[in-house]
Design a protein around this ligand. Structure first.
Ligand SMILES: NC(=O)C1=CN([C@@H]2O[C@H](COP(=O)(O)OP(=O)(O)OC[C@H]3O[C@@H](n4cnc5c(N)ncnc54)[C@H](OP(=O)(O)O)[C@@H]3O)[C@@H](O)[C@H]2O)C=CC1
Ligand SMILES: O=C(O)[C@@H]1CCC=N1
Length: 272
């Protein structure tokens, strides 16, 4: 398959992770142009410009990976790059497709993506949403996101807030969990670095089992917990008055609410 021409706008945590993934997957560096005023160091062959140039070719894929607050600012400069032959793929949390369409009226298609940080090592997951996409747009969006890890299409765009709270923010919540476990392990006498190694491998192993098995996580926990044993003593604390379930529900609700709020802010910013 011939590689698409890609213009990546914003090459920070997420844009950088996508760029690494494309190169790892064999997309030719010469096909990729990065627009970022901070002019980050880039792998050989990737073209780097601080801002769009008048003579730039319209790309097959225009990837937006700036902070949502920058959308209105970047839009004017790059809107000419989103032409009818262009798929615009935005990873901006909370920038709705209607908002993006308002800013990029000529784009051939618009896909909203919710990636996550482990994309940087090819172990992310990306949720995608789009309406009225042609099979070739679907295929190009999947080609762009596949190097980051598996891809999930959401049934409707409104689920992006939920996907952001579950998998977009999810790594941060799991890092907090790992930190809490390491602190507790340290309090019981383990060196912190060793406690972190223990919990990191435990999370990776449990995650791999969860991914592979058809079993429900509750059944998986039951396989660890021997009757009258050690795990049950700990699970009783987590389950007391649904403590963990309630904490996580509140955490995700706060994240999803902020996502919806930011969508309104982004909408207002481009309208104003
Ligand atoms: N980080 C994450 O885990 C996730 C992030 N996202 C989304 O990804 C997007 C990017 O987030 P993240 O990568 O963390 O942010 P970063 O700040 O790491 O990256 C944004 C990049 O855009 C650059 N930039 C600023 N202004 C412009 C401009 N006018 N034109 C081009 N580039 C510009 C920034 O440069 P400078 O630093 O100099 O300002 C920076 O390099 C956000 O919209 C976020 O919602 C979605 C899911 C997960
Ligand atoms: O915190 C944020 O706004 C972005 C979206 C999901 C992860 N980082």
């Amino acid at each position: 398959m011939s590689h698409p021409n890609i213009v990546l706008v914003g090459c920070g945590n997420m844009g950088g992770a996508m760029l690494s993934g494309w190169l790892r997957q064999g997309i030719a560096a010469e096909r990729i142009t990065v627009i970022d005023p901070s002019l980050p160091a880039l792998p050989d062959g990737v073209r780097r410009v601080a801002e769009p140039e008048a003579a730039m070719d319209v790309p097959a894929a225009l990837i937006l990976a700036v902070k949502p607050q920058k959308l209105a600012e970047v839009a004017g400069a790059i809107s000419a790059l989103a032409a009818p032959q262009t798929l615009l793929l935005s990873v901006l949390a909370s920038a709705e497709i209607a908002t993006l369409r308002r800013v990029f009226p000529r784009a051939g298609a618009i896909v909203r993506a919710v990636p996550n940080l482990p994309a940087a090592i090819g172990h992310g997951i990306t949720a995608l949403a789009g309406e009225g996409l042609s099979p070739s747009h679907v295929s190009l969006a999947e080609t762009l996101c596949a190097p980051l890890g598996p891809v999930e299409w959401l049934a409707r765009e409104a689920l992006c807030d939920a996907a952001t709270s579950v998998s977009g923010c999810g790594p941060a919540f799991l890092f907090r969990f790992a930190d809490a476990v390491a602190r507790a392990g340290e309090a019981q006498g383990l060196p912190r670095a060793q406690a972190l190694r223990l919990i990191a491998e435990t999370m990776a192993g449990a995650g791999a089992m969860l991914r592979a098995a058809d079993a429900d996580p509750a059944e998986m926990a039951a396989r660890v917990a021997s009757p009258g044993g050690v795990t049950l003593a700990g699970l009783r604390v987590l389950d007391e008055q649904d403590a963990l379930t309630r904490l996580i529900a509140d955490t995700l609700a706060a994240a999803a609410a902020r996502s919806a709020e930011m969508a309104a802010e982004t909408r207002d910013a481009v309208q104003g």
